[in-house]
Ligand binder design. Structure first.
Ligand SMILES: [Zn+2]
Length: 334
């Protein structure tokens, strides 16, 4: 199984820690879940096409020369958290991003930083309105929205809670809950668990062309929980890794554990040098092998796994090539 039009990086906690107007995360257990929608067939076809071309042209570069991506950062704060994102955090986040993409020869040319204080936008309760007001540039322009109170929408919560990854990762918690006097597990899981989002980006949309109106891609870009920026308040996830991971999606990468199976016939993430992985990594283990009968251990230091920020190290050569191919075929000149 592969995915979709947008992906969500979320964390699930036992307590409702992101109360409105308050951003004090407690007890973060895991980077959590990308609650993705079903894959758009057009996206899967595009990935398959790019993958086939990469295999055919092995050895020759996917695209010559450095790739420079015009980039806008939008800081969207609630009134209570208006001073949370400092200029130093913005600078540090950009520097970390550049370093992570150096091997891919991709750099982000910051065109500007906007700052807005808006309680509704900060919660992402009016994503369309916010993006209509703030989005800059064309389809090839990266817009990143750092929101102080980003949270999952009801439909995202439903998808997250019914996802395979969630069931896999959260089962101990559910057992604990069902042993108390709480309602049945199926009820309590929907009412007790608060779902917080670290971030999500749109994947490239092959239906967009150079003449598409902005309204066709107005939601394109990345939404990031500001506390997960470099220097943010989110323990274990405040070294800037979330932004690197999410922009990997914007550049067309899927998770290293995509498909969540050890079936060698599953295309997984369609990248040949990321070993098959049947579940996401949590924290930063010394090593891990979720598919012991298949070659290679889990790529726990890969930016597209779910490890904690301190564990993140690199993209593979195949991922770097994929991002360059996807840029050339999906975004450049649009
Ligand atoms: Zn993700």
């Amino acid at each position: 199984m592969v995915f979709h039009s947008s992906s969500l990086l979320v964390i699930v906690t036992t307590a409702l820690f992101f109360l409105r107007g308050q951003c004090k995360p407690l007890n973060v257990q895991t980077r959590g879940i990308c609650a993705t929608e079903e894959p758009e067939p057009s996206f899967l076809n595009a990935v398959q096409r790019v993958h086939t071309n990469e295999v055919k042209n092995q050895g020759s570069p996917a695209r010559d020369g450095p790739i420079e991506i015009d980039t806008w950062f939008h800081i969207v704060s609630s009134s209570a958290a208006r001073d949370q994102v400092t200029d130093d955090m913005v600078d540090a986040q950009l520097a970390i991003l550049q370093t992570a993409y150096q091997d891919a020869q991709i750099s982000y040319q910051l065109q500007g930083v906007t700052r807005n204080v808006n309680d509704v936008w900060a919660r992402n309760d009016d994503e369309l309105g916010m993006k209509k007001a703030l989005r800059k540039g064309t389809y090839s322009t990266l817009n990143v929205y750092f929101q102080t109170d980003l949270h999952a929408t009801p439909s995202q919560v439903t998808r997250i809670l019914s996802s395979k990854t969630h069931q896999h990762q959260q089962s101990p918690q559910k057992q604990q809950r069902s042993s108390s006097n709480s309602p049945s597990p199926s009820t309590s899981k929907k009412t007790d668990l608060a779902v917080s989002v670290l971030g999500f980006c749109t994947l490239p949309d092959p239906n967009i062309n150079a003449t598409s109106p902005q309204s066709a891609y107005i939601k394109d870009g990345c939404n990031i929980l500001a506390a997960a920026m470099s220097g943010g308040s989110l323990d274990q996830y405040n070294r800037g890794g979330t932004v690197i991971h999410e922009i990997g999606h914007w550049n067309g990468l899927l998770h290293t554990f995509q498909g969540e199976t050890c079936d060698p016939n599953d295309p997984g993430d369609y990248i040949s040098d990321t070993p098959q992985q049947s579940s996401p990594t949590s924290g930063c283990p010394a090593s891990r092998d979720s598919c012991p009968d298949l070659p290679g251990a889990d790529p726990i230091h890969d930016f597209m796994d779910y490890s904690s920020d301190v564990c993140y190290e690199s993209f593979t050569a195949g991922q770097n090539q994929r991002m360059r191919s996807m840029w050339g075929s999906m975004r450049e000149g649009k």
